[in-house]
Design a protein around this ligand. Structure first.
Ligand code: ATP
Ligand code: MG
Length: 192
């Protein structure tokens, strides 16, 4: 029996820290809040180790998110791209959105395959897959071809099943309560 398998059965908590490392595919999904902010936290954690991150925000673009300025403090380590004009269901021009999505995916593809980045984050990428702006099997093939020990994190609601199946780590944020339901509007530093 391979060593890693035996250790996993006997001491699950030790796997990953001492015995082996692996480039991970991580997915933050679900209808609760925290998917993008968790990705930003991970990017910041990498930056603290001097590990390069490529963070691509798809979809978003119409609001001034605090992270846009905050990541400038990590400009040496985090390359941040905003590739969107706002949420698609508000869009007045789906073709324009598709073109921006494809451009964003080109940047993502190069970043994933380049070996330049320890972590590549595709924020709100599940929407591009679900709206069929990006072909899921092609995207999965690129992610699979990434160099060893390189991590890819994808965020967004309704992660497609094949993505969940291929991922090493999937976290589903569950909405238990959200201030929007009580009529409280989005607030600086909390939502944007
Ligand atoms: P965050 O960016 O705060 O980590 P998120 O990435 O999990 O949130 P998205 O699904 O990308 O959330 O949605 C973006 C916005 O929608 C955020 O401003 C968030 O506060 C809000 N939101 C998230 N979950 C809910 C919910 N259950 N009800 C209403 N609004 C929500
Ligand atoms: Mg988000």
């Amino acid at each position: 029996m391979p060593m890693a398998t035996r250790i996993h059965k006997e001491q699950p908590s030790s796997i990953g820290c001492k015995q082996m490392t692996k480039g991970l595919l991580l997915v933050n999904t679900g209808d609760g809040k925290g998917k993008t902010t968790a990705a930003l936290g991970t990017a910041m954690r990498c930056a603290g180790h001097g590990l390069k991150v490529c963070f691509i925000q798809f979809i978003k673009g119409s609001w001034k998110y605090g992270e846009l300025d905050a990541v400038k403090c990590f400009a040496d380590t985090i390359d941040f791209h905003v590739m969107g004009r706002g949420f698609t269901w508000k869009s007045d021009d789906l073709e324009k959105d598709r073109a921006i999505a494809r451009k964003g995916w080109q940047i993502a593809e190069q970043a994933i395959l380049s070996d330049r980045y320890y972590l590549v984050v595709l924020d709100e990428f599940t929407y591009l897959l679900n709206y069929e702006m990006i072909d899921l099997p092609s995207a999965m093939a690129v992610i699979r071809q990434r160099p060893p020990n390189r991590h890819v994190m994808i965020t967004g609601r309704n992660a497609p099943e094949p993505l969940v199946a291929a991922a090493d780590l999937v976290t589903e944020m569950k909405a238990v309560k959200h201030p929007f339901a009580a009529g409280i509007k989005a607030q600086k530093g909390i939502e944007f």
